[in-house]
Design a protein around this ligand. Sequence first.
Ligand code: ADP
Ligand code: MG
Length: 257
Amino acid sequence: MGKVISIANQKGGVGKTTTAVNLSACLAHLNYKVLLVDIDPQGNATSGIGVEKGDMDRCVYDVLVDDVKAKDVKTSTIVSNLDAIPATIQLAGAEIELVPIISREVKLKKALDEIKSDYDYIIIDCPPSLGLLTLNALTASDSVLIPVQCEYYALEGLSQLLNTVRLVQKHMNHDLMIEGVLMTMLDARTNLGIQVIEEVKKYFRDRVYRSIIPRNVRLSEAPSHGRPAILYDAKSRGAEVYLDLAKEVIVNGERVR
Ligand code: ADP
Ligand code: MG
């Protein structure tokens, strides 16, 4: 059965999409079968793995709102072993259109349950909010991986996210776990980043990944080429550290089992 991991933080620009794309691609590179689910209306994860939004007649919107089956929406990608359920801007309406629908928080879970056994990992890229789309992701997930940017206000807003996780655990998904906290965009030239990491470790302790994602220009260039870093420049520091992260995620999963 595939393990479902949401990449979530309601703050924008902390590296969720970069992590979803590159973690998925690295797990696939390590020969695991992976499905990347984009539930951010921006669709950046979709284009980040080279799926042309213009070519799609269906997207995750149809799964959430119109009960189209996940297997009928998924597509292969330029990365072998990696499939995707894409998002288009149509998804922007889903947050409101889902409101009157019965069992609106379990739509994604029900859809993914049907194809879970085809994959080792299902990675969900969440939007920068704690609305119904993120609730669907957390309800569908075994765990949540939280990217935290190495900057001064890093911890701000995390208590809100953790409250949401607790609410989901209480009402929708008792088994939801914190997969780990990933420090992103570390600027090695300043001390601030290191101080922030220490601060976050005081709170999350061994749940903070040893792999720390540096600020890396290749990671920011790769999306405009529709490629994860491991395809765009496998020797870049960014690609290497995301590969390390993928190995950590695999080993942690084996320890829990
Ligand atoms: P989110 O999905 O949380 O909004 P993104 O992953 O889209 O965040 O990242 C925000 C911006 O920062 C993007 O332009 C992305 O290319 C860039 N970025 C993300 N991680 C890095 C990194 N480690 N080094 C350099 N640029 C990065
Ligand atoms: Mg994003």
